[in-house]
Design a protein. Structure first.
Length: 428
């Protein structure tokens, strides 16, 4: 199955950059212009200049964000701002974080993973992708010949052998430790001992990898591998692999803000939804909205929150005996037809609002958000017509859909927190 290798990672030189919190960022796809400027200002060696550089009005084919990233990458290596490890290593990685006052620790490891077409069944996706994002990442890879941001992969290993091996190695003091801007603690152990590395490699040869986050980056890495051809490190991409059964693996919901292109009246929508859902009015308390989400989660699968503005909030719960098989696309697997996100998209957004798969690529019609209070405000201000609040997708659901060879709609999962960009760089 999966072929992984230890890497001679490229990392920040601690003599030049003693505080990694000043130079790491989240992945590019969650960085807006305000955050981009903040990272640029934070430190002249911030990885933002490599991963997601600024554009300029004078950019052309010879001078643009990609050429500048390539030149900066080369100069930082030449000036020893970045240094490459002399030995092949696995990099054990722990993130400590808090969700709703509960503290978690997620464990994984950086490695190189051989890129394979999805059809091989070795690395499996679970979400749809957009061509424009892959074009951007491919151009960056061509000019820099490396991976700055790790793909997040998960693998099922109930026996927890890998976790035991990793746990023993983590009993030593970490080689890297810092707290980021969100108050999350990052610790990393650099493992050069093949008595630790080889059992993990052998274990992964029996496993499939499911992409948790980074589908565009994986498909870009595959395209680059096929474009270059032949043997070499370009056939491997940078990943952090986490056991599916790690107790620190947390999935949060991503909510939907939508327009009303067909102009259906809110009261008509509520009435129509009553044919399939139990519709229960709820109170809106933005400062305590987590209580509403907690209640929504206790209601289980097939439950959503709907906000129509002016303080009108409803809970939608599928009626017992609802004929999902007769209503959902017949060519999809049972696992796909039972997803909350596909129920929402097929039975509400498409049926009543005219927002189908093509329209869902239009950010003017649908916006994905994790900020509940902000979603309420946007509806009240008239920026969007409705807000739909979701329960998180289960990891077991992700695996079932991926194994069926299908993909969920975009933003069906949000593995929290994001991996840091800039801790380990894979240079081809």
């Amino acid at each position: 199955m999966a072929s992984i290798i230890p890497l001679r990672g490229v990392r920040y030189n601690p003599r030049v950059v003693p505080d990694l919190a000043q130079v790491v960022t989240p992945p590019y796809d969650v960085i807006d212009e305000t955050a981009q400027n903040r990272y640029y200002d934070r430190n002249p060696y911030n990885v933002i200049r490599l991963e997601y550089g600024k554009t300029a009005p004078t950019d052309d084919a010879k001078n643009n964000r990609y050429t500048r990233a390539g030149e900066t990458f080369s100069s930082w290596i030449a000036d020893e701002v970045l240094v490459q490890d002399t030995q092949q290593c696995l990099y054990l990685y722990e993130q400590q974080f808090t969700v709703h006052v509960k503290t978690y620790a997620r464990h994984g490891f950086f490695c190189g993973v051989r890129v394979e077409p999805y059809e091989s069944g070795v690395v499996l996706p679970h979400e749809e992708t957009l061509p424009k994002h892959k074009k951007d990442r491919l151009e960056l890879m061509r000019l820099c010949r490396g991976n700055f941001s790790p793909i997040f992969g998960i693998y099922p290993e109930k026996e927890m052998v890998s976790s035991i091996i990793i746990g023993k190695a983590m009993q030593n003091d970490p080689d890297v430790s810092f707290t980021d801007e969100l108050g999350q603690t990052h610790r990393m152990w650099i493992v050069r001992d093949h008595a630790v590395i080889n059992p993990i490699i052998s274990l992964m040869e029996q496993k499939r990898i499911f992409i948790a986050d980074g589908h565009h980056r994986y498909e870009t890495a595959l395209a680059y591998s096929q474009e270059v051809g032949g043997p070499g490190l370009h056939n491997y991409t940078l990943m952090v692999l986490v056991n599916l059964y790690d107790p620190g693996l947390v999935v949060l919901p991503t909510h939907r803000l939508v327009q009303n292109p067909q102009g259906i009246a809110p009261e008509t929508l509520i009435s129509e939804l009553g044919n399939l859902f139990e519709v229960t009015p709820a109170s809106v308390e933005p400062e305590n909205f987590t209580l509403f989400l907690d209640d929504l989660e206790t209601r289980g699968k097939g439950s959503f929150g709907l906000y129509t503005g002016d303080g009108c909030l409803f809970v939608l719960s599928l009626k017992p005996g609802a004929d999902l098989d007769g209503l959902m696309p017949a060519d999809k697997s049972l696992a796909w037809r039972r997803l909350d996100v596909t129920i929402l998209h097929s039975l509400i957004l498409e049926k009543y609002l005219g927002i189908g798969s093509a329209e869902r690529t239009d950010e003017g019609l649908i916006r994905y958000t994790r900020e509940e209070a902000g979603a309420l405000e946007k509806v009240d201000r008239g920026e969007f017509a409705f807000a739909f609040f979701m329960n998180p997708t289960g990891v077991d659901e992700l695996v079932a859909v991926a194994e069926a060879g299908e993909k969920m709609p975009q933003k069906s999962t949000y593995f929290y927190p994001k991996l840091s960009t800039g801790l380990v760089i894979n240079k081809f």
